[in-house]
Design a protein around this ligand. Sequence first.
Ligand SMILES: [Fe+2]
Ligand SMILES: [Fe+2]
Length: 366
Amino acid sequence: MNAHTAIKAAPDAFAARQAFAKPDTMAMATHETVLSPRFYTTDFAALDAIDVSPVRAEWDALMAEMVSDPNKHHFKKDVSFDGAIESLEPALRAEFTDFLVSSLTSEFSGCVLYAEIARRTRNPDMKQLFKLLARDESRHAGFINETLKDSGIGIDLGFLTKAKKYHYFKPKFIFYAVYLSEKIGYARYIAIFRQLAAKPEMRFHPIFNWFEQWCNDEFRHGEAFAMLLRADPKLLKGMNKLWVRFFLLSVYATMYVRDHARPVFHEALGLDPTAYDYRVFTICTQISRQVFPVELDTDAPAFRRNMDNLLAASRRIEAGKARGGLVGLAMRASGMAGAGLSFAKMYLQRTHSNALPATIRLQPAW
Ligand SMILES: [Fe+2]
Ligand SMILES: [Fe+2]
C-alpha cells in the first residue's frame, strides 16, 4: 500500500506512524490518481499563432502590472514557521502535509508547463506572459517547499520534474484547464484567508497569512488566460461550450472529492468542506462570467445530490482498493459505475447561459 492510499484507508494507523517517521512526500507528489495534480505538455508550435490583438489594450495593461511584480518581496518566511508543522497533532499534521504537497505539486506543475512554453515559443506576447507566469509559480512552489523543508520533508523538484508522468493536451484544453485552475486557486486561497481573518484562533500555521497577496497572483494569471480565450471567440462557441462544461464539472468534482478526504484539516480551520467547496464554486462561477458563456447551477438540489453520490462512489472505489480481492474488485466496479453515472447526471443538468461582458478585466474583490 502506498502513502496516498494509507492516508485515506487508515488515517489512525498513518497518524500513529507519523509520530515516529517522516512521511514520504516525494511518493505523495509522484503518485498518480484521477484526483492528484498532473503535469501537462502541449503543442508548443501551435502557440506561436496566437494573436492577442483583439484584446490588446487590456492585455498590455495586465502585462504592465505583472512586470511591475507586486509580490516581489512577499514570499519570505519568518521565524513563526519554525517547528509549526511538528507542533500539530498527528492526524492534522498528516492532512496538512497532504494539502501542502498537493498544493506544491499543482504550483510546480504550472511552473514546469509555463517555463517550457516560454522557452519554446517564438511569439513575443506568449514568451513574455509565460516567463512572468513561470516566475510567479516557481516562487509559490519554492515557498511551500521551504515550509516542508523546515520539517525535513521537502521535495526534490528536479527529481519530480523527471519522475512525473506528463499528459498531453491540445492548447485549447490547456487554456480551459489552467484558466479554471488559476481562478479556483484564487477562490480557494481567498476563502481560507477570509475565514481565518474572521476566526484568527483557527490559524494553526502561519502560511495562511501569506494567502491574500499570494492569491492575487493566481487571480492575475487567470486574467491572462481569460484574455487568451476571449481573443479567439471560437473557443467559447458551438461544440466548445460542451468542453467548457466538461472542464468546469471535472474541476469542481475533483476538488469536492479531494477536500472531503481531509476532514481533520477543514475542521481545524473551522470549515465544513461541503460549505467551503460550494462557496468556492460560487466565487469561481461569478468570476468565470468574464469568459465562459455557460455556468453550472451548483446550487440546484439535484446537482448537490449527485455530487454527494459521486463522493460516496469514490469512497467505494478507495475502500475496494484497500480491501483487495474479489469483494474489493466488485466495490471498485460499482464505485466506478456510480461515479460515472453521477458525473453524467451533473453534466447533463441544465446550465445557465451567460452573455460575455465587453470588458474582460476583473479585480480580486472576493
Ligand atoms: Fe501559483
Ligand atoms: Fe498561478
